[in-house]
Design a protein around this ligand. Sequence first.
Ligand code: PLP
Length: 234
Amino acid sequence: MGFVKENLEMVEKEIEKACQKSGRNRSDVTLIAVSKTKPVSLVMEAYDAGIRDFGENKVQELVQKYEEMPKDIRWHMIGHLQTNKVKYIIDKVCLIHGVDSLHLAQEISRQAVRHNLTANILIEVNIGGEESKFGCRYEEAEKLVKEISLLPQIAVKGLMTIAPYAAKPDENRGYFVKMKQLSVDITKDSGNNIDVGILSMGMTGDYPAAIEEGATYIRVGTGIFGEREYKQNP
Ligand SMILES: *Cc1c(COP(=O)(O)O)cnc(C)c1O
């Protein structure tokens, strides 16, 4: 058995454990295998093990893998998306996780209209307030959700966050609790006109806590495919 399949079995056990601990159904949590920087040959091992949700953070890499891999894959754009690149992925992804400005949402809406589809998006919230991270401020999230929901052919489905680096799996639990509450509050305040029930949070270092606090999508890369190697700039 290859190491990807082995890793996936370990991750699956952890997911089930976290679901049990928190009284959630396994079917309410979707594992996104984050395949960025990894070759198609390796990523296909996850596909062959049954994974159908994959996440990429770069437009060019997503498009390339989209072309080369089976067509029943649900591709998630999890990275920061530049406005001028929306057109390359709009008809290839099932969910855009990192929307943090009205400007970007307007372009997504425009491209969705042009391609005659509805774009599903998540609003990225910078829950740790880190300067190095993308995402809107916690206090801005509700206003942004409301504004973007008015745009044509764009559906705000939920919230996404990249929590601070966690040295211990439990360190980000407080942030996950805050995200869950924010999603409940925004949905309630809108009189259920807007449903931001999808919560994309939790990565290799902290996904069990994220599940216990309400994540519906977890994004796991290293825990499935191993450490990433980035080419050094000369
Ligand atoms: C790379 C990445 C992940 C996966 O991180 P790991 O720590 O390798 O699991 C998750 N979410 C986003 C947005 C990423 O860019």
